[in-house]
Write a protein of this length. Sequence first.
Length: 719
Amino acid sequence: MLVGYPAACFAESLAGDPGQSQSQSQQQSQQKPAPAQQPAPPPQPPPQQPPQQRPPNPFENVPAAPQKPTQQPSNVQEAQTATIGPNIIEAVEFRGQRKVPQDTLRALIFTKKGDVYDDEAIHRDFTALWNTGRFDDLRVEREKGPNGGIILRFVVTERRTVHTIDYTGNKSISKSEILDRFKERKVNLTPESQYDPGRVQRAKNVLQEYEAERGHQYAIVTPQIRQVPPGGVDVTFAINEGPKVKVGHIFIDGNNAFTAKEVIRAMKNLKPIGIPHSLLFENLFARTYDSTKLDEDADRIRQFYQSRGYFQARVINHSEKVYDVYGKGIKIPLFNPKKPGKRVDITMVVREGDKYYLRNFNFVGMKLFRTPDLIARQVFKMGPGDVFSTEKLQKGMDDLRKLYGNFGYIDFVASPDPEPVPGKDQIDLTMDVDEGHQFFVRRIDFQGNTTTRDRVIRRELLIDEGDLYSQQLWDTSILRLNQLGYFDPLKPEDAAEMKRDTKTNTVDLLLKVKERGKNSIQLNGGVSGISGSFIGFSYSTNNFLGLGETLSLGAQIGTLLDNVTFGFTEPYVFDKPIQAGFTLFYQRYSYNQGQQASILAGQNLIGYYNSIGSQGCPTAEPNCNLLNYVTDGRGFTTFASYALRRSFARIGLSYGYSIQDLKPLTTAATTYFTYLNFQGVGGPNSLSGITQSTITPTYAYNTVNHPITPTHGLRINAT
C-alpha cells in the first residue's frame, strides 16, 4: 500500500553522479563528431615504370555503379541527444496495469515527455491517478535515461474485479429486495465492478439496517472475500439473522393529562396493531421492533401533546428492556407458536408541562389583507383565548401560503414566532410575513407531448397567458389533465418548471408531460351458453390523432350471436366545453333449440333434437316442432353534455333509438310468439318487431385523479 509521499512513492536510481554526467554531456556537445570508421586500404603494389601506350578501352567513360553509402550519424541528432539536461523528462512509463489501457492513464496526467521535472506536477499526477479508485497500490519511480534525462515511471497495482456477489442466510429478505435497497442507497457494489473494501463495508451496514427493519436487530452480516485468479474476487455476505425481535409492552411515565392508551395511540411505528397487547395475540398483533423508528414515535408523542396545548411537552427519555420468549401462553400454532424469539419492553418518559392558551396573534409585514384578526380566525382556526395548537398553526400556514398563491404571490414565506409569556400559561404568537412579488403568467409552454396537440392540453388549463397566477387554479388544471388519462400521473409541485422574472413580475411555465399508450386492442374468443362459440375483436383510442377524441370499434362473430359497434366522442365541440358523441350498433341473434341444448349439456344433442323436432313435419319444413328463430337489432345512441364553468360537474342529455325484428324459422316458433302477442306479452318477442326511443338526462360529478386507477377523489353519476 501507499506509505507517504513523496519519499515512499519515488525510487531514484540514477547511475553515476548527475553533475558529472551533465559536465560530460556538455564537453561532448562542444566536440566535433568523429568520422565514421573507414575500411583499411588495400596494400599498394610495388612501384612500376610508367606504362607504355595502351589501346583505347571502350568502357573507359562509363560511370561506375553507385555504391550504397555508409550510414553516418547525424550531427543534428547527436547535438539533440547531447542537449537533454538531467532535469528533463526523457520518457513517461507505466508498469503493472492489466485492464486499464495505457492511453487512459496518460490522459489522466499532465506531465509529458520533454517537460522539466517538477515535484508539484508529479504530486498532482499521482493524486489524479490515485483518485480514480482503480488501484490498491501506486508508486512513482525515476531513473536516469540513456540520453541523460529522467525516465518517470508509475508503478501501479490494479484493484481486483468483483466476479460474483452472493448472499447466504437471508430468510427475511429476498435477493431482489437487497438489490433494490443497494440501488436506493447507492452502494455501487455490482458484478464486474472494481473491488473496493469501503463499498463492501457500506453494503454490510445497509444489510444490517435492512435486517433490523424486518425485526432482526441482532443480525450479524459477515463479508467473505475469496480471491479468484488472476485478478478477481467473489464476495459473499453471510447473514446470521438471529431471533426476531418484536415489541412487548409499552409503558408511558409522567403522563397526567392523557391516559397511556391515548399517548400510545399516537405512536404509529411501534404500537400494537388493532388491539391491546395480550399473551394470546402477542405474536400476531405485536409490531416488529425497529430501533430507528423509536425516535420517530417519540417525536409523534411530542406533536400529540403540542397539538393539544402542551407547547413545552417533550419525551425526555426512553428505555428498552430486551428479554427472551419461548412461546408463552396457549400454544396455538398461528397465534403463539413454540418458536424462540426476543421481546422489547419500551418505556417512554414524558414531561408534559403546562397547557398554553393564545393571548395575542400579530402579523408583521402583511399588506395584502387589512384584517389580520379575520385571517387568524378563518385560516388558522384559532384566536386569542383559544388553546394554542401547533397542528392548527402548521395547517394554517399551509392554507395561508395557498391563499397568497391564489393572488400571484408564489414566493410567499411566513415565519411563526411563538413566545410564552413569563409566569403565565399564555403564548404571544407573531407571524413574520414576507409576501414577495405578485406574478403574472407570461408564457405557458409544453414539453413531451409528441402526439397530443398543444391546444388539447391548453384547453384543460384554467390559467391563461396574461392572467394573474393562481396556485389553486394551477392545481385544478393538473387534476383535469390527470383525468384525461393521456399522460403519466402529474404532481402539481413538480409538473412544471417555473422561471420567474422579478423585474417584470412575470413567470414562464413549462409543463412537462410523458405520454402513455393511447390505443387498446383486444382479441377474445370462447364458448358461451348464450353466444355459442365466438371470436371477437375490439379497438379503442382515447386520444385519436392527438386531438383528444375517443374512437371505438368492436366486432364479435359467433355461431349464435353477431355483434358490431362503433363509437365516437368529441370532447370539445367547436372548441367549447361541450362533449358530444354517438354509438352505432348492430346485433343478430340466431336461436337453435338443439344447438342451445348441446351447449348447456356439454355434448352434441343436435341430431337427437332434429329427430324429435321433425316428427310429423312436412318435407319442406323438417324441424317444424323446434323453437328456432332469428332476431335482428340495430340502432344508435347520441349524447351531449356541458361542463359547468370551472367545476367538475357536467349536465347532459342522451337520446337512444333502436329497432328489433324477430323472424321465426319454424311453425312452432311462429305459434309460440303469436300466442305471446295474443296474451299481450310484447317487447322483443313481438312478431311485428319493436321500436324504442329513449331520452335520458344525465348529471356527473368527477374529482378522481385518474380515469382507470384513481387513488383519491369522488365520482357521482345520476340519470
